[in-house]
Design a protein. Sequence first.
Lengths: 252, 352
Amino acid sequence: MIKYGDLLAVDGVSLALNPGDVTAIIGPNGAGKSTLLRALNGYLHTSAGTVTLDDQPVERFSRRTIGRHIAIVAQEAELRFPVTVIEFVLGGRYAWATNAAWGWETQNDLQVVEAVLAETELTRLSGRLMNELSGGERQRAVLARALATEAQVLLLDEPTANLDLSHQSSLLSVVRGRCDNQKVAALFVTHDINLAAQFADVVLLMKDGRTVESGRPTDVLRPEVLEQVFGVRVLVDAHPISGAPRVTPVHT
Amino acid sequence: MTGTLSTSSQSTRIGATKYRATLRRTLIACVALTFVLLVAIVATALIGSERLPRTATLCALASLGRSACGLTSDQFDILFQIRLPRILLAAAVGGSLATAGASYQALLRNPLAEPYLLGISNGAAVGTMTALVFFGANEWSRPLLAFAGALVATFAVYRLARGRAGATPERLILAGVIVTTFLSSVIVFVTTMMDVTRIRSFTFWLLGDLSSTSEALLPLSIVIAVAGTVLLTANARSLNLLMLGERDAFDLGVEVGRVRITVFLVASLLVGSSVAASGSVGYVGLVVPHLVRLSLGSDNRLSIPAAAIGGALFVIVADSVARTLIAPRELPVGAITALIGAPLFIYLLRRN
């Protein structure tokens, strides 16, 4: 579980991630969404406030321990060396390495990775080079590596930014499945309000480093709140199938 | 129970060795390369301006010098006092430079990173020259100051290359050019303070010269090459992740700062010891790791030790060419390695 205090670019934001919950952070560019995410795993230091993992300050843990508990799905990075998908995903097992295996993956590591590759529908591609994959497949591999850490906290930084419609929902369905079946706590930063409404249990709306509203999508995604934050008129109605709030900007 | 068993056998099949490095593959590759290396050592010991009888030489080598096997005492001395030490030094230098190159490339996320091109060899050269000019009598001061010089150059390049957006490959190479040219002018300055007779041997040494093997430094070079390779291989799994990005590596549990310092220290030590022994042999750290990755994949647990053995092999062969091409005169080995390395560098740069 993570609770969050203050940060320079982000101030007065408090949030708790509960097992099994998907939380979405939305807000305009520069609201401090990604900064917040980066502070949660200790990459950025907080100048005031605390990040706690199971009620202990996160700085108390070694990198390896944090790596076993918190996984990040970052925006796609540039690959300069040829690496196969299975090698890439096995990277997620780093934090579990013991000296007993001489730095090599154990049978258990392989089993975890097999299962994750199946879960993300990458088994067929496991021998391919990462830079031969399409953008959607590569993003799935990044997610697969994060899942391979078996971390109970999953942080996703705009995971769907470069994906088409079907890849967006299939990627988030995998995350949703993890939360439902293995009680993982997931947090994702997104620009897509409708995606947040559809997949998240809790939505945190940020602007200028502060929380504007936080709560269930139906409570947070109100037209007057969104207009104030994004400065554009919006129409909010219910999605005809899921019933989740659906936000459409109104251009007049 | 049966279910578990079938899953595990399936794992072995799907997580096939074909697509990733394994301990087994690493051992096979290293044993095979070591075998080729031993063959090359024996073969190149037979080549040279002075012809040695083949059977007697092989017999003497097999006895590790305990028996002359009918070689004259002159031939015996050529083999064990001149040729073999030079071959072993070539192996140590090649292994050191290739390992250092492979590690710099992984750490800096740049397939073009190479001790010579980044100016690190020049840093070590300045250190060695300083030792020669000021502590000429003390042989041990050379590798020590070469190490210090390499370390300073490493940090200088690293700092210069790091922009706000991180270090791009081009920026790193430019930083290397700046450090190289600056240190070259320092070298020229120190050279002018030397007497004329030493300048020629110095210029030769700067281009990479294995002919002047010091009895004390040879064992040191070999020990450093082996120990350095072991240490860097021990960090290879962390380097695998660093190769894909510092932030990713941090997220996955790598102590980035500790690994970076370890690699900088060990790689500088490797470059320092080889430059102190043989001057700047260029491009070894570029050519060898590239070929290794091309044939065996990018996993550093396999590619670092394989590059070490491959580097030894490469410089042994290059040096044999250097000392036989226009025999009895010799070329600096660095000229041969650059002849092969420079075109490859251009190819890699274009492909990037």
